[in-house]
Design a protein around this ligand. Structure first.
Ligand SMILES: *Cc1c(COP(=O)(O)O)cnc(C)c1O
Ligand code: SF4
Length: 341
């Protein structure tokens, strides 16, 4: 049996009981005008799209904003979060459910597309809103596993003994209170066929405050192997606070991997990709996947054509040790795994 973690004090709703990460979460920048003021970029206001911001609002933690360069309209971190008018341009082939999630998902928030691995859409919330995200149109409200319904997800896993790895994804699963995560892993204790737990999360990078003692105690108490796949697209996303959070996760026993998305204007050069791999390794993280963009409505301006993506990947392989070269893949609806380019 898993020893039950101590009750979470920040589960109380009072302001006084909220831990630092919840405060940092709530204090995220949500107004494009404020972001541009902070970054001393008044000229960019004319390119901000109210329609895009209405469909998928700006949200970016202040600590992440602090890693952006002031006065640089092409900052690779800014480009990931600012709703620009390029998003309003309809482009043929860029659709709402690009990866077939609506077809694969049951009512339980479980996406079981690959043999041996089941992915739980644990929650729809994220601390940051990434403009290129394939989930920006996903109807989370009815399809999350944690919405009082871990039971259904656990029942699904119990009925599928071939699943030996459970992925918590989202949204960002670390948006959930640690007590909520612990509730899930207590349920997993009855399912010995689940040997690995994997978290797909951008929070250690965008809101490293989330990696607090309570979370680390919960992770360290897991009887099964834990993999944490973080999500950083550019070396500038990592700073000393992120390094500390990642070191904590490693000390708690997690294996750390990174997935990135290849994004025009963010990391579409051999230099940027090599710097990202080097910086990740310095923080104890191995590059795992470099994803070709999912063709989701509003993201066409981020796309890098396949030929160029392959050339960049070859350039990276010619420059770095093999273990710092992520696999270049794309998600194809109906395929049994991520598809190498
Ligand atoms: C990407 C993904 C996984 C994980 O794939 P790996 O190749 O094991 O990293 C699992 N389930 C779903 C639904 C996915 O989209
Ligand atoms: S799911 Fe990941 S990529 Fe998408 S908005 Fe949330 S943090 Fe960003």
């Amino acid at each position: 049996m898993i020893p039950a973690p101590p009750l979470a004090p920040q589960l109380t709703t009072s302001e006084a009981g909220a831990s630092d990460w919840r405060l940092a979460w709530r204090q995220a920048v949500r107004e494009p005008a404020e972001l541009l003021r902070t970054l001393e970029l008044p000229g960019l206001a004319a390119r901000v799209s109210a329609a895009a911001a209405g469909q998928f609002p700006l949200r970016v933690p202040r600590g992440f904003v602090a890693r952006m360069r002031k006065g640089d309209p092409d900052d690779p971190l800014l480009r990931q979060v600012l709703p620009l008018d390029e998003e309003d341009r309809p482009v043929p082939g860029f659709v709402h459910d690009a990866v077939g999630d609506l077809a694969a998902g049951g009512a339980t928030g479980v996406l079981h597309k690959y043999r041996g691995r089941a992915l739980l859409v644990a929650t729809g919330s994220c601390a940051i809103h990434c403009r290129y995200c394939f989930r920006r149109h996903f109807p989370y409200a009815d399809q999350t596993a944690a919405a009082g319904r871990w039971r259904e997800a656990l029942d699904y896993l119990a009925a599928h003994p071939e699943v030996d790895e459970v992925l918590l994804s989202g949204g960002d699963p670390l948006s959930l209170a640690t007590g909520k995560l612990a509730e899930f892993t207590r349920g997993l204790a009855a399912l010995p066929h689940v040997r690995r737990l994997r978290l797909h999360t951008r929070l250690p990078v965008v809101l490293p405050e989330r990696v607090d003692t309570e979370l680390l105690d919960w992770l360290a108490g897991q009887p099964r192997q834990v993999v944490v796949v973080i999500h950083a697209n550019h070396a500038n996303e990592l700073d000393a606070g992120v390094d500390r959070a990642l070191a904590g996760l490693r000390e708690a026993g997690a294996t750390l991997l990174n997935q990135a998305v290849l994004l025009r204007g963010v990391n579409d050069s051999v230099e940027a990709l090599a710097a990202l791999s080097e910086r990740l390794f310095q923080a104890g993280v191995l590059p795992y996947y470099l994803h070709q963009l999912d063709r989701v409505a509003g993201t066409a301006h981020f796309e890098v054509p396949d030929d160029e993506a392959r050339a960049l990947h070859a350039g990276l392989a010619a420059r770095l040790p093999g273990y710092l070269v992520p696999r270049l893949v794309r998600e194809v609806a109906g395929a049994p795994a991520k598809v190498p380019l």
